[in-house]
Design a protein around this ligand. Structure first.
Ligand code: UDP
Ligand code: LCN
Length: 804
């Protein structure tokens, strides 16, 4: 499109490009490109014509451009996931399409810096032979999606791909499915088919005979009464717990074999008994069930996993029963054992997961260099040197507890995903990964500026680990579409790992492709026994009200809270988050301080971090604590604000949201960026109207103006005004508040529950387990490539820094 665009308005184009190159070499972001385009034209009509024309469209869609006079190279994002790279000569406006790798090479030249240290592992800055990794090159025969609207529906699409792969005139084309069924067993006991079932025609005959047989029986005939006949036909248990269920499953497979179709394929795999034991890795932080939330690096991921495990156990139990099996499932959450547990249970080796029957938290310690257990907490940014050893120790522990291999391994966050990759590759187990947050997208330009940040954040290790895990994994679970592919305007978190470079370290010509059918959206929920509507009067935890009353309104500063609310008649604007920079709680206090009308309309209550910097051991938290104090003083907020330290009691927090709703208040999530935002759905589950950042997951959870509001965290005046406007409207019309409260609940019930989640994730586990057998050779080749990368790059990076 670029050549056409340039032909259209040659004169204006030239002026625009002259402007772009006038200040020499640099990286220009979208907004800057647009501003310069506007400035290059003095005529208003010209401006409108150009901006509305082809070039305007292309510049609008350009995420960034590398200016290397006389050239400008553009990274154009035409649609979610769809990128084009072009190089334009600013004098003659000639255009050349370039590869992502070429574009990245040009970008790297902007970051050449002679003063960089010359440790042997860093390739020389101007080295033409910088390490380039291209995972796309080893992904050649895997089918990919093509439409941006299909991204995130991987499961549905692999069912289609599998159907077409198994479809052919010859009955033996479905043989891979039989081969897969022949591998099914539980502790050596065969399931679904016996070893004698060695041809497709035998299988098809057996299915027919068995279906005719069960059709003649009462629906509720238990499997035990069918077992003997089934075995005569070479069929083993696993088809169902009664005649009806068996008939459905038999019929479903018969139809798949007759003419494979995606709907039956999906249904069949949701019934295949292939998952009994699951291992979930969540390594960093304080992973526990009590007194851990709000501690550094410990937030939503812990909540998510505990709820996820409960939901998965429930779903597994139901499936196993319906499969007619007498098997006890087990779920293990593998985390780190921290001897200096600071009053938490993180020093306990095995802890049952509350409200489950068969799930446990298993803690394995990190080892320090002298082989002893590492006693203290380690920040998620400094964790990399411990992971390989951890993976080995955890594997031994898992094999011992489960008395064998698990059937599915799910990793969480970079560290958990890397370990999940190591363990699943070693054991040959299906792997799922969940990001929760990808740090590269949180810290602007952290790829090209990795060197400046490395000492503090070790992004060299983190991004390398992310790449290894994303590419090893069989499937990736995300909470929203935006997490994968963003929106029309903004690239998604995974999408930003498509092509990127860390100058002097590694260029990812293809990192991860969002059209890969491994991507699946399965949004989490909130525990509805804790987060229920404020209107459910009989379930309200009234015995907690005196404590909550004291927490919100008592006078005098303590080590639990600072500030007080002088006017109790006002509604409360509430927020709760860890006190990280990106959560932007200090930003919220600033919006509030600056907006007189908002201060008049509502009180502000924030639950966040510690109140005293000297008590915190976390770099970012310390800065934020100091900033909070400074803002409260600067805007003289005492009397209007209550700052409460992190609250770790989820049950009481649930009631706290509801007490805020009683004041006709609102919840606000002001983050500069939020990957998903569990607090948003917790608040909405309680019927509390919610305003949340438009940067990240909340933008998808809330339909702006319908089930809540979006706020722009980069424009504090606008955000403050929007919140004030909401309270003003509620003041004028009480029904307005109720309308938003009801709409928030409706949105939750339709899209964000754990039941929907567990069904989807277990279907992924069983379907991808078969899918990976269909492209074995390619997977093996990729595995070799990944292993080499892990060995030569990741291990080297880790060895360059010595942990404390
Ligand atoms: N949370 C809490 N006490 C606090 C801060 C947070 O209980 O002081 C809980 C909150 O209710 C939510 C989770 O921690 O369940 C935070 O999840 P979210 O997805 O909002 O953010 P994250 O911390 O994972 O980035
Ligand atoms: C981590 C985050 O930062 C949040 O946005 C998510 O809600 C949480 O994990 C659970 O996925």
């Amino acid at each position: 499109m670029m050549p056409d665009a340039l032909r259209q308005n040659r004169y204006q184009m030239k002026r625009c490009f002259q402007r772009y190159v006038s200040k020499g070499r640099k990286l220009m972001k979208n907004q800057q490109l647009m501003e310069e385009l506007e400035k290059s034209l003095d005529d208003k009509v010209d401006k409108e014509k150009l901006v509305e024309g082809f070039l305007g469209y292309i510049i609008c869609s350009t995420q960034e451009a590398v200016v290397l006079p006389p050239f400008v190279a553009f990274a154009v994002r035409l649609n979610p996931g769809i990128w084009e790279f072009v190089k334009v000569h600013s004098d003659d406006l000639s255009v050349e399409g370039i590869t992502p790798s070429d574009y990245l090479k040009l970008k790297e030249t902007l970051y050449h810096d002679a003063s960089i240290h010359d440790s042997p592992i860093w390739a020389k800055q101007d080295d033409n032979y910088q390490l380039e990794v291209d995972f796309g090159a080893v992904d050649l025969s895997t089918p990919h999606l093509t439409l941006p609207s299909s991204i995130g529906n991987g499961l549905q699409f692999i069912s289609k791909f599998m159907s077409s792969k198994l479809q052919s005139d010859k009955p033996e084309s479905s043989k891979p499915l039989l081969d897969y069924l022949l591998t099914l067993n539980h502790r050596g006991e065969k399931l679904m088919v016996s070893d004698t079932m060695d041809t497709m025609s035998k299988l098809q005959t057996a299915l027919l005979l068995a279906e005719v047989f069960v059709s003649g029986l009462p629906k509720d005939t238990p499997y035990l009464k069918l077992e003997q006949r089934f075995q005569e036909w070479g069929l083993e248990k696993g088809w169902g717990d009664n005649a009806e269920r068996c008939k459905e499953t038999l019929n479903c497979l018969s139809e798949v074999l007759e003419a494979p179709d995606p709907a039956n394929m999906e249904k069949f795999f949701s019934r295949v008994p292939s998952i009994f034991n699951i291992v979930v890795f969540s390594i960093h932080g304080y992973f526990g069930q009590e007194k851990v939330l709000g501690l550094p690096d410990t937030g939503g991921q812990v909540v998510y996993i505990l709820d996820q495990v409960r939901a998965m156990e429930e779903e597994l139990l139901q499936r196993i029963k319906q499969q007619g099996l007498n098997v006890t499932p087990k779920i293990l959450v593998l985390t780190r054992l921290i001897p200096d547990a600071k009053g938490t249970k993180c020093n306990v080796e095995i802890e049952p997961v509350e409200h489950t029957k068969h799930s446990n938290i298993v803690r394995v310690p990190f080892k320090s260099q002298d082989g002893k257990d590492l006693r203290h907490w380690v920040s998620r940014f400094d964790i990399y040197p411990y992971l390989e050893r951890y993976a080995q120790d955890a594997t031994a522990k898992i094999l011992k507890i489960l008395e064998g291999k698990p059937d599915l391994i799910i990793g969480n966050y970079t560290d958990g995903n890397l370990v999940a990759s190591l363990v699943s590759s070693k054991l040959g187990v299906t792997q799922g990964t969940i990001a929760h947050a990808l740090e590269k997208t949180k810290y602007e330009d952290s790829d090209v500026k990795w060197r400046e940040m490395d000492q503090k954040y070790h992004f060299s290790c983190q991004f390398t680990a992310d790449m290894i895990a994303m590419n090893t994994s069989d499937f990736i679970v995300t909470s929203t579409y935006q997490e994968i592919a963003g929106s029309k305007e903004k690239p998604g978190q995974y999408e930003q790992h498509y092509a990127f470079t860390m100058p002097g370290l590694c260029r990812f010509a293809t990192g991860i492709n969002v059209f890969d059918p491994k991507f699946n959206i399965a949004a989490p929920g909130a525990d509805q026994s804790i987060y229920f509507p404020f209107t459910q009067k009989k379930n309200r935890l009234t015995h907690l009200h005196p404590q909550i009353e004291e927490l919100l309104y008592s006078k005098g500063d303590t080590d639990e809270h600072i500030g007080h609310l002088a006017d109790r008649s006002k509604p409360i604007l509430f927020s709760m988050a860890r006190l990280d920079k990106v959560k932007n709680i200090t930003g919220l206090v600033e919006w509030y301080g600056q907006n007189k009308k908002l201060r008049e309309l509502a009180n502000l209550v924030v639950v966040a971090g510690l109140l005293d910097a000297s008590q915190s051991g976390d770099r970012e938290e310390i800065e934020e604590i100091n900033k909070m104090h400074e803002l409260i003083d600067r805007f003289q907020l005492k009397g209007h604000i209550r700052w409460i330290r992190a609250q770790t009691d989820r049950v009481r927090n649930g009631e706290l949201y509801r007490c805020i709703a009683d004041t006709k208040g609102a919840f606000v999530q002001p983050a500069l960026y939020e990957a998903f935002g569990l607090t948003v759905i917790e608040a909405m589950n309680c019927g509390l109207p919610t305003l949340a950042t438009n940067q990240g997951g909340p933008a998808e959870i809330i339909v702006d103006g319908v089930s809540g509001f979006h706020v722009n965290p980069t424009n504090g005046d606008e955000a403050g005004a929007k919140i004030a406007d909401f309270f003003q409207k509620c003041k004028e019309d009480v029904s307005y508040w109720n309308k938003l409260s009801t709409a928030a609940l409706q949105r939750i019930y339709e899209c964000y529950t754990w039941k929907i989640y567990a069904t989807r994730v277990l279907n992924m586990g069983s379907t991808y387990a078969f899918w990976k057998t269909l492209n074995k050779e390619e997977r093996q080749a990729k595995q070799c490539y990944l292993q080499m990368f892990y060995n030569l790059q990741f291990r080297n990076l880790v060895s360059t820094y010595t942990p404390e």
